[in-house]
Write a protein that binds this ligand. Structure first.
Ligand SMILES: Cc1cc2nc3c(=O)[nH]c(=O)nc-3n(C[C@H](O)[C@H](O)[C@H](O)COP(=O)(O)O)c2cc1C
Length: 369
């Protein structure tokens, strides 16, 4: 009998996940307060989704400079840690498990998010010409999507400072009661920016060769595992992604083969792969997917356009161990139970993804058939 089905349990580090379904990290911009701390609304939102095998929180900026969007709940001040503590307690009370996604937006950002107007930072001073971010109008307190501002290049010492910020945020996450963290290495944000041969034109040890462009991912992974243990550290990558003004890696086999192998040496508990095109991740014969699977032998989590049938197919083919699902979790708080019962999945409304407030956040009902 096959044991790797969607509703079979899985040992992830010290945790036993009751099913293979992870709630993918999803920014919702509901931390509408000056400290950008999680709110009681968020306690309810995450608590309602606690039957996921694992919840991965929305991206939590690791510092003020790391912010890229208004009202995203951070992991760098005391109010935020206290707010997250209420969230993690709520999830645990409901029998769930939750990792924090640690995030640095890099050049996908806007000076309005910082009182002193400090501009975004990146590997190089190259603007995300087609990138959008959510700025804050300090006069009205309202947020709006606007083009990204031009970044300045981080100095080598500042890059090492970013590594320290990730390690500190990981410790803060554990203090806040999270079961572990996911390093956000994907989607055109800071770590992914360093990986890109198109926009990383550095001359120091963080630019140029493949090893140098991968160094920030690996330094962060090393620092976070030293801070909280490899058994509580996962990482997210988005090979070939084009979101936030990225260009697909011209040598994905070399880049991701190397990264997967090095991340395995650090014994990270999982590698989370997000295919933004929702194509190759569903093909068990895909060469890139097979290479990463071969090089990274701890848990592989797959994301991008999965429904129940596609998730079962990917597990049956041995493509991955865990399946992360995003948007359906927004509109179906009881998604796991719906998938188990094979009942309808409610549609989500894009307009309320980042809208703040209750609507589109806490008003999606559980199935009542
Ligand atoms: C509203 C929204 C917010 C998101 N925020 C994040 C985020 O904070 N971090 C991240 O890595 N991915 C983020 N994503 C991407 C999701 O994690 C996921 O990869 C994507 O929705 C594809 O999965 P799906 O097809 O199951 O929805 C976000 C997606 C959505 C729809």
């Amino acid at each position: 009998m096959r044991t790797d089905t969607l509703f079979s349990s899985y040992a992830l580090g010290a945790l036993t996940l009751p099913n293979r379904i992870a709630m993918a990290p999803m920014t919702r911009c509901r931390a509408v307060n000056p400290a950008c701390a999680p709110t009681p609304m968020m306690v309810e939102y995450y608590g309602l989704r606690a039957d996921a095998g694992l919840i991965i929180s929305e991206g939590a900026p690791v510092s003020l400079q790391a912010r890229g969007y208004a009202f995203t709940p951070g992991l760098y001040n005391a109010e935020q840690i206290a707010g997250w503590r209420a969230v993690t307690d709520g999830v645990h009370r409901q029998g769930g498990r939750i990792f924090a996604q640690l995030w640095h937006c890099g050049r996908i950002s806007h000076g309005s998010l910082r009182k002193d107007g400090a501009p975004p930072v990146g590997p190089s001073a190259i603007i995300a010409a087609n990138g959008m971010t959510m700025a804050l109008d300090r006069a009205t307190g309202q947020a709006a999507f606007v083009p990204c501002e031009a970044p300045r290049a981080l100095s080598t010492a500042e890059v090492k400072g970013v590594v320290d910020e990730f390690a500190q945020a990981a410790k803060n996450a554990i203090d806040a009661g999270f079961d572990g963290v996911e390093i956000h290495g994907a989607n055109g944000y800071l770590l992914d920016q360093f990986l890109s041969s198109y926009l990383n034109d550095r001359r120091d040890e963080y630019g140029g060769t493949l090893e140098n462009r991968c160094r920030l991912h690996l330094d962060v992974a090393r620092a976070v595992t030293a801070a909280i243990g490899a058994g509580r550290t996962g990482i997210r990558l988005s090979p070939l992604g084009q979101a936030s003004d990225m260009q697909p890696d011209p040598e994905p086999m070399a880049t991701y083969g190397y990264l997967a192998e090095e991340l395995q040496k650090l014994r990270l508990v999982y590698l989370h792969l997000y295919d933004q095109s929702t194509s190759w991740i569903h093909d068990p014969t895909n060469a890139l997917l097979r290479l990463i699977r071969a090089k990274f032998t701890n848990a592989l989590m797959l994301c991008g356009g999965f429904d129940g049938a596609k998730a079962e197919a990917a597990l049956a083919a041995g493509s991955g161990d865990l399946i992360a699902i995003g948007k359906p979790f927004i509109s179906n708080p009881d998604l796991v139970s719906r998938l188990r019962r094979g009942v309808d999945i409610a549609a989500w409304d894009n307009k309320t993804f980042y809208a703040g407030g209750h609507s589109g956040y806490l008003d999606y009902p559980a199935f009542s058939g």
